[in-house]
Design a protein around this ligand. Structure first.
Ligand SMILES: [Zn+2]
Length: 298
């Protein structure tokens, strides 16, 4: 990185990264990672790739096209790994969240607990809280250290449907805290974002509750597609709407083939989704390997 060392101050390097004064805030916390050529400052949280950094420094970019190709090929996840870090730093401590929204633990009240029980989700009670007055279950999107980055409302008066989704900035506004960058805020809505390992196979599910159950999976709202480079497989519900999505998806990606899976494993029960399968597995004390049943053009 001959060029860069002359353009910035206090340049140093080790095996993984270059370190120098951030050209934006001038703190000594600017890092450029060799693996993916992503620049990140731990003081002002600016995050960009090397091309954007060169543009900011107002220098001609050596071999722009090969640099661009490298960045596109190796940035497996556009914000990786900083997005989860930034969300975690700005996440809301669970106690504060409970106080702000008047919540109790879900196992402290029979009615919401019955909801968890009948959905086979009792092992996941830490993701749920309850507001006795509203009769709303709060379904939490947590970080690795159990802080809250977003939440959804499950209305027990409305057949336990998910009614509203609130992002990190919605929570921060309520607490009169400053907002975070809007694209990060949108990603706070991706259920399980801070809990999955993006270096492994990631599964995309069509239901946020099911992403609790299925290993290394996220629920991603269709309007957000900011994961162009990660290895992904899709699992949709085994109902007419899900089957339609499956048929569209297999034109370009891998998706789970329920029909073949149920047939080859001789399952006669009505299994419409990952949650039904999870209950079936628990009842019969088996664990299926789903890997052989992904199908599609990839
Ligand atoms: Zn900075």
């Amino acid at each position: 990185m001959q060029n860069l060392s002359k353009l910035v101050s206090n340049f140093s390097e080790n095996d993984q990264r270059y370190k120098f004064d951030c050209p934006y805030c001038h703190s000594n916390t600017g890092y450029l990672y060799k693996k993916n050529l992503q620049f990140h400052c731990y003081t002002c949280y600016i995050h960009e790739n090397l091309i954007q950094l060169y543009e900011h420094l107002n220098v001609e970019i050596p071999d722009y096209n090969s640099l661009l190709k490298f960045i596109n090929d190796y940035s497996i996840f556009r914000f990786d790994p900083y997005i989860t870090e930034i969300l975690s730093q700005n996440a809301i401590d669970k106690n504060t969240f409970y106080q702000t929204f008047n919540l109790i633990n879900i196992d402290e009240d029979k009615r919401p607990y019955r909801y968890l029980y009948s959905n086979g989700l009792t092992n996941f009670h830490k993701f749920f809280a309850y507001n006795v007055f509203e009769k709303f279950i709060y379904f939490l999107n947590l970080t690795k250290d159990d802080k809250v980055i977003s939440y959804q409302i499950i209305n027990l008066m409305n057949e336990g449907n998910i009614d509203f989704v609130f992002s990190l900035n919605d929570i921060r506004r309520k607490l009169k805290l400053s907002s975070i960058n809007n694209s990060y805020n949108r990603l706070s809505l991706v259920q399980n974002l801070c809990l999955v390992d993006f270096d492994k196979q990631v599964y995309f599910l069509d239901n946020p509750l099911h992403s609790l159950i299925f290993d290394n999976s996220i629920y991603i709202n269709n309007s957000i597609d900011c994961f162009p480079h990660i290895k992904r497989k899709y699992i949709y519900a085994n109902d007419p709407y899900g089957i339609k999505k499956f048929e569209d998806r297999i034109k370009s990606d891998l998706a789970f083939d329920w029909k073949r899976f149920l047939k080859e494993n001789n399952i006669k029960n009505r299994i419409y989704n990952i949650l039904d399968l999870y209950k079936y597995e628990n009842k019969h004390n088996i664990k299926f390997n789903l890997e052989n049943y992904f199908y599609g053009n990839k």
